[in-house]
Design a protein around this ligand. Structure first.
Ligand code: PLP
Length: 467
């Protein structure tokens, strides 16, 4: 490891070198067992005499921070960090005020309870790892330099073509490769869409209850939020305030209620957007998994006025860790979106994009989706049956025919149930976690993406026991 040491003013060299190495050990940049650079090499690099470096190392050794091993070098000693840490550097710098209201992000999402019914995660254990390793290895052979250098901000050409093809087949979304912008998950698609559409002070309508990260994102971009209620048919269009510039919705599988927007409501929303000169952000995050009924037309397919931006994600259907999603936007926004993507992160990681393009083209993706749909349907049906039979009188499951979670209204306060369940090894969200009107929305959300079929019965029995 290259150790940065500043000796620029040329004075007190031994102290300067030892002080900076000591600080690196104390703050953890250098860890127990790490080798210090050979004294000759460091002396050359810093243009100081070797004796100076040796003297600095000896000083650190005398303090117990490092020890020399004959013939091998100088290493950080065990216990060196037990010496008290220096106080954190004082800084007056503070983030812009808007960040004060943003909650801490989840730092890990790995399954951590015996029964983890939190919504949002797919079953990563069933991913076709071997195929994916082959596809990634192919890209890393070095025979395709275009994948290894900077790429097109709008995405890998092959992947854009495959996404357009798949979408027209599976969702009747009319799009060509030129319409597709590849993003880092759907979250970045929402960010880029909002960046190119919104000015500070613009109003964005969001579903209430709804998925929190986009709301927080829009706020940090200077937008004002209008929380619009959701009923059995979807967002209540009549309650969207006039003057909204953007409406963010999850029509296929409302998050968190799990219901889908009725055909009439879809048409009403598009008509509303036309009348109000507004845009609609359609988040179609997990609709590859539909279990009953005919898939409803996405808003994007019903839109004949270029009002809808369609957002998709590979997080649920493959792996969240791939961080791949996409945005299909009307032609007038394409250029600005390409610029925004470039300015944000140039482009999404090309190796994963190219591997995914092959996976889609070879048919492996379609086979995997079919397999997972069968698997998730069993889980969905089992959760629903157990809720209907064993939780009657306590829970009222909402209609659901797609996705990786379903929800139920409860006749009792859901928050103590969630806390008691957690103590008993069951994790799940309350519906109230997704609204400001916590007290008026009682219910539970049952994610089954990461709970194996055989664990669903025992997990729900455990939950029943604490209710
Ligand atoms: C409503 C909704 N949209 C999108 C996502 C996925 O985000 P991403 O594609 O950034 O992983 C989730 C994940 O939980 C979600 O619940």
């Amino acid at each position: 490891m290259e150790l940065h040491i500043d000796v620029s003013d040329g004075r007190e060299l031994r102290e300067k070198i030892s002080r900076q190495i000591r600080a690196s050990i104390l703050d953890g940049r250098l860890r127990e067992g790490d080798a210090l650079p050979p004294s000759r090499e460091l002396a050359q690099r810093l243009a100081v005499s070797r004796n100076t470096v040796t003297a600095a190392y000896e000083l650190l050794a005398a303090e117990g921070f490092v020890h020399a091993k004959a013939g091998a070098g100088t290493f950080v000693s065990s216990g060196a960090r037990r010496v008290e840490r220096p106080p954190a550097e004082v800084s007056e710098l503070r983030p812009a005020e808007v960040w004060d209201s943003v909650p801490d992000p989840p730092l890990r999402f790995a399954v951590e309870a015996e029964f983890d019914f939190r919504a949002g995660a797919p079953d990563v254990r069933l991913f076709p790892f071997e195929t994916w390793r082959r596809l990634v290895t192919e890209q890393l052979r070095g025979s395709r330099p275009e994948v290894l250098t900077y790429g097109d901000p709008r995405g890998h050409a092959g992947l854009r073509a495959e996404i357009a093809r798949q979408l027209s087949l599976s969702r009747n979304v009319r799009a060509g490769p030129e319409d597709v912008l590849v993003t880092n998950g759907s979250q970045q698609a929402l960010d880029l869409a909002a960046r190119v559409l919104l000015c500070p002070g613009d109003v964005v309508a969001v579903e209430d209850p709804g998925y929190p990260p986009p709301r927080q994102l829009f706020t940090t971009l200077g937008a004002r939020l209008a929380a619009v209620p959701v009923d059995g048919e979807g967002i209540v269009v009549d309650r969207i305030p006039a003057g909204c510039r953007l409406v963010y919705v999850t029509p296929s599988h409302q998050f968190p209620l799990g219901t889908s927007m009725s055909p009439a409501r879809r048409v009403a929303l598009i008509e509303w957007a036309k009348r109000n000169d507004a845009a609609i952000l359609e988040d179609d995050y997990d609709t590859e998994f539909r279990y009953t009924g005919r898939p409803l037309e996405p808003l994007h397919s019903l839109d004949n006025a270029g009002r809808v931006l369609y957002v998709g994600s590979f997080s649920k259907v493959l792996l969240p860790a791939l961080r791949l999603g996409f945005l299909i936007a009307p032609p007038g926004l394409r250029e600005a979106l390409g610029k925004a993507k470039y300015l944000t992160d140039w482009h999404s990681a090309s190796v994963g994009q190219a591997a995914l393009a092959r996976f889609l083209a070879e048919g492996g993706f379609a086979r995997y989706v079919r397999k997972m749909r069968r698997e998730y349907r069993k889980r969905h049906d089992l959760v629903r049956r157990i809720l209907e039979e064993d939780f009657a009188g306590l829970l009222e499951p909402l209609p659901s025919d797609a996705g990786l979670h379903l929800s139920a209204y409860s006749s009792i306060d859901a928050r103590p149930v969630v806390r008691a369940a957690r103590r008993a090894g069951v994790r799940l969200y309350a519906l109230g976690d997704f609204t400001e009107r916590r007290d008026s929305l009682q219910g539970l959300v049952f994610g089954f993406g990461s709970v194996p079929l055989e664990d669903i019965g025992p997990g729900l029995r455990r939950l029943r026991g604490v209710m």
